[in-house]
Design a protein around this ligand. Structure first.
Ligand SMILES: [Zn+2]
Length: 260
């Protein structure tokens, strides 16, 4: 797998893959630091019916390339290797933070952590563009691809309607079966975790905060019933992190029932 280091080259490749996979591309916004302009693009595969909607987001942290590359890999093998996505509207934002991607940094060019900016009073342009777009329709399932430089293994955040309907544990089981490492700590990022799963139900979600929230919580506020955030270990090779994201997505689709 080629690792792209430049957002323009990466987005050119994404566009080519998206067009041959039958996705429509839209520019959601344009970030304009002094050096050049960076488009934020959104991709969608339309269904004729009132099919449930899945949103996949990647690259909100610029130093986490596995998410954008997982999306690219998905598009390059779509639709023949992804029959489980065929009943749904699929929407993808492949690179939310292009300026951070080019600078190999978590934040955007202004030093703002975009994943703490949803719903704030004056969000940065990247997030304002997404918020304007997401408000127009209800997303049923939201999946967010990340990575973590400190973790020895995979973990995930799941926001599930009720605890008994969580399927994060299935994702962990599948990863372990494929000999992929899981973070088994009882506390991850200051939160209680069980076998790599940080689970919150609708009742246990913290109150929305005015300063700005991560995207998962914002989607919940807009009515998304289930959100999943995958964290892959940066220490592993890119191919393995990409496989972890895609295997986790596949397992999600196997267990997810629209509306739950
Ligand atoms: Zn991240």
């Amino acid at each position: 797998m080629t690792e792209f280091k430049n957002s323009r080259d990466f987005l050119d490749q994404i566009s080519r893959a998206a067009i041959s996979a039958g996705f429509r591309e839209r520019i959601l916004g344009v970030v304009t630091p002094p050096d050049k302009s960076y488009p934020i693009i959104g991709l969608s595969k339309k269904m004729p019916s009132r099919a449930p909607r899945i949103l996949i987001a990647a690259g909100i942290h610029g130093d986490e390339p596995s998410g954008p590359h997982a999306v690219l890999s998905l598009l390059e093998t779509f639709p023949h290797e992804w029959p489980e996505l065929s009943p749904y509207h699929v929407e993808i934002v492949p690179l939310i933070n292009p300026t951070g991607f080019d600078r190999r940094q978590r934040t955007n060019w202004q030093g703002i952590d975009l994943n703490r900016s949803f719903g704030s009073a004056s969000p940065p342009l990247e997030i304002r563009s997404l918020m304007n777009d997401y408000r127009r329709r209800k997303i049923d399932l939201f999946v967010d691809f990340h990575e973590d430089v400190d973790t020895p293994g995979f973990y995930l955040y799941e926001l599930s309607p009720v605890e008994s309907e969580s399927f994060g544990a299935h994702i962990i089981t599948v990863l372990r079966k494929n000999s992929l490492p899981v973070n088994a700590s009882e506390i991850i990022e200051g939160m209680p975790a069980i076998n790599g799963l940080i689970l919150r139900t609708s009742r246990s979600v913290p109150r929305f905060f005015r300063k700005g929230a991560p995207q998962g919580l914002y989607m919940k506020k807009l009515g998304t019933v289930r959100t999943l955030t995958f964290e892959t270990p940066t220490a592993l090779p890119l191919e393995q992190r990409v496989s972890m994201h895609l295997l986790s997505l596949r397992t999600t689709l196997k267990h997810w029932k629209p509306g739950r």
